[in-house]
Design a protein around this ligand. Structure first.
Ligand SMILES: Cc1cc2nc3c(=O)[nH]c(=O)nc-3n(C[C@H](O)[C@H](O)[C@H](O)COP(=O)(O)OP(=O)(O)OC[C@H]3O[C@@H](n4cnc5c(N)ncnc54)[C@H](O)[C@@H]3O)c2cc1C
Length: 369
């Protein structure tokens, strides 16, 4: 196997030669206005062998290790280019299908996800079920060779440009709430699925509401055991938090940029202290990420919480340092409006604190109302 160092040098060289084709680094989810550019970039990445780096070769991957994949993420973050187009496809759906999929599901989806023939969105949250995802009420009722799906999903990033969705729905209304849920791979073009954009406070519309009305979902779209979708969903969310945590390198670059912003300015002593605190906390998180390695685990909650809280604080500090100009339309005001979303996506900061308290620190469980 190519060593991580050799692979990293290869990746660095390739990125330097191809960087001009990359869209700006959009983070985990490509916004709708960059989709064409993002797809074009991903196809180049894929053709060069940098998509699915740690996926087995039989599924179209390169068969290398998670460390090789982390080296790719690192080089992309250093160069300020996106590492992949479809995080929900490559990180969430792809890894769930590898773990829980039938041979037919693997053959249908995995290579097609790597080359973006299949682009995925995540259909978990509902108006009445976000943090408490186990309370979801979208129903999937078995009827012959299909399930009939009715309900509403919300905050679906990239729903408009995705042709497949990972869907959690209730298949047994009688069972205890976590036991009656199943996990599906859902084609987005089925009759009865309606996708409506939602505008957020940045002025952009990266999310969608998705309505299901008597949608006939083929029974072979079930992933994992019937009524056993909670376990599949939790594995997916742990991967998502782990992935959000890898943006530590991106954060380091932001901190570097912020340190430059302070250069040649007379900073308020309190801002100087905030800056120094962020820089040192950022460095500590980087060290923790390196120690933890690239594998998603419960510690992913720790990284997710730490990184997104720091991104929020750094956006606020950046605006304070910029002064009144930050109130005008520009990168500082956009950063302030966008930053709160990171503390909510993939499980809110409060929920991460509950997970850390209960599962990592062994504190008593949260009382259930
Ligand atoms: C940028 C972004 C992208 C997203 N993309 C997707 C997507 O693609 N697909 C998808 O399905 N969802 C997506 N979401 C939705 C996201 O998963 C939910 O918003 C999140 O899980 C919180 O759920 P909620 O919005 O219903 O808030 P609620 O769960 O109603 O929470 C409201 C408040 O109560 C707090 N709270 C709730 N429960 C507890 C508790 N037990 N202890 C302490 N505090 C608590 C929360 O922290 C929060 O402050 C996205 C969200 C964002 C911001």
């Amino acid at each position: 196997m190519t060593s991580v160092d050799e692979f990293q040098a290869e990746a660095r060289q390739w990125i330097a030669a191809n960087k001009a084709h990359a869209p700006r680094d959009y983070g985990a989810i490509c916004p709708p206005d960059l989709v064409e550019q993002g797809l074009d970039w991903h196809r180049r990445v894929h053709a060069a062998g940098f998509a699915g780096i740690h996926w087995p070769a039989e599924f179209g991957g390169r068969g290398l290790s998670a460390d090789h994949n982390a080296a790719w993420q690192y080089e992309c973050a250093l160069a300020g280019v996106p590492s992949i187009f479809n995080m929900v496809g490559l990180v969430l759906a792809g890894q769930a299908i590898q773990k829980f999929g039938t041979p037919e599901q693997k053959a249908l989806h995995l290579a097609a996800t790597l080359d973006t023939t299949h682009v995925w969105c995540q259909l978990f949250s509902e108006p009445g079920a976000g943090s408490d995802l186990g309370g979801l009420s979208t129903k999937a009722e078995r009827d012959g060779d299909h399930f009939v799906v009715n309900g509403q999903k919300v905050w679906c990033s990239g729903g408009r440009y995705s042709n497949w969705g990972i869907l959690m729905a209730r298949t047994n209304a009688e069972a205890k709430k976590h036991d009656g849920i199943s996990f599906f791979l859902c084609p987005m073009d089925l009759p009865g699925i309606e996708v409506r954009p939602l505008k957020q406070m940045t002025g952009e519309a990266e999310f969608d509401e998705v309505f299901f009305t008597d949608v006939q979902l083929p029974a072979d779209c079930l992933l994992g055991p019937l009524h056993g979708g909670w376990g599949v969903g939790m594995a997916v969310l742990t991967n998502e938090r782990g992935h959000i945590g890898t943006s530590v390198i991106g954060l380091e670059r932001r901190l570097e940029a912020m340190a430059k912003l302070a250069e040649g300015r007379e900073l308020e002593p309190t801002d100087r202290q905030r800056l120094a605190r962020l820089m040192s906390t950022g460095t500590a998180f980087k060290a923790m990420a390196q120690r933890q390695g690239p594998i998603a685990s419960t510690a992913a909650s720790l990284m997710k919480l730490g990184i997104t809280e720091m991104m929020f604080e750094s956006a606020m500090l950046r605006a304070d340092i910029a002064g009144p100009e930050a109130m005008l339309d520009g990168p500082e005001s956009f950063g302030m409006l966008q930053a709160p979303g990171g503390r909510i996506a993939g499980g809110t900061s409060q929920v991460q604190r509950n997970i850390i308290g209960e599962r990592l620190l062994g504190l008593p469980r949260e009382p259930k109302g």
